[in-house]
Design a protein around this ligand. Structure first.
Ligand code: 5GP
Length: 218
């Protein structure tokens, strides 16, 4: 529902010196793909789409499940917008929050399997309506495996919001229920998305360059 903002393959992004980027990352990025202000504006609309979609189906409340660590900024900002709508609308939706930590990437390559390496007890999700909040879908493998895992704990329903979906030949056809931006097939960092734990402290979503990949490789 709601579609997504499509960023085309020939989009060049914004030069780094047009916005504020931490000095320690200046040599490591190609360009700014999505400035923080635009992310914020898009999230405001996704929050509205989610509330409009969920309220008619489920007025007893939802569990918003944050996929750590990359999803934490999207999760926090999305929750703020949903709370804003809750405060100012005739209808509102009770929210509780849970966290799950997964690991699937090393350098810029998927490891092919997911591991749950932390978070809340998934047993708590039984009979609940769950909104999974993820940073980015690439192959779709992580989300398919996560949904299989969640299904074992018998939630009433599971919806997925992903800030980014990569237009990638590797995608297995999976599409989330709510998407912020559909982006070209490039490795992006910032706004809590990392490269080996670096760049989470960058506000904008940017494309990492070869220098950055080499500098922070493990
Ligand atoms: P998938 O299983 O869909 O291939 O990958 C999903 C996960 O891979 C995301 O949650 C994220 O951790 C990581 N990932 C995929 N593409 C990117 C990217 O461009 N940048 C970053 N930082 N992480 C990515």
């Amino acid at each position: 529902m709601g579609g997504s903002c499509e960023i085309k393959d020939d989009y060049a992004g914004y030069p780094l010196n047009m916005f504020c980027v931490p000095k320690h990352y200046e040599a490591d990025l190609t360009d700014i793909m999505i400035p923080a202000g635009l992310i914020n504006d898009r999230i405001e609309r996704i929050a509205r789409d989610i509330v409009q979609d969920i309220i008619p189906q489920e007025n007893r409340g939802i569990v918003v499940l944050c996929v750590l660590k990359g999803g934490y900024k999207f999760f926090a900002d999305l929750l703020d917008k949903i709370k804003q709508l809750n405060r100012n609308s005739e209808e509102s939706i009770p929210i509780s929050i849970d966290f799950i930590r997964l690991q699937s990437y090393k350098n810029d390559k998927s490891q092919g399997s997911i591991q749950v390496i932390g978070g809340d007890r998934l047993e708590n999700l039984k009979g609940k309506c769950v909104l999974v909040v993820e940073d980015i879908i690439d192959t779709g493998g992580t989300m398919i495996k996560l949904k299989e895992l969640l299904a074992k704990h018998e939630p009433k329903c599971v919806k997925v919001a992903s800030l980014l979906v990569k237009r990638s030949a590797r995608n297995c056809g999976y599409k989330p229920d709510f998407t912020g931006f559909e982006i070209p097939d490039e490795f992006v960092v910032g706004y809590a998305l990392d490269y080996n734990e670096h760049f989470r402290d960058l506000s904008h979503i940017c494309v990492i360059n070869e220098n950055g990949k080499k500098k922070y490789a493990v």
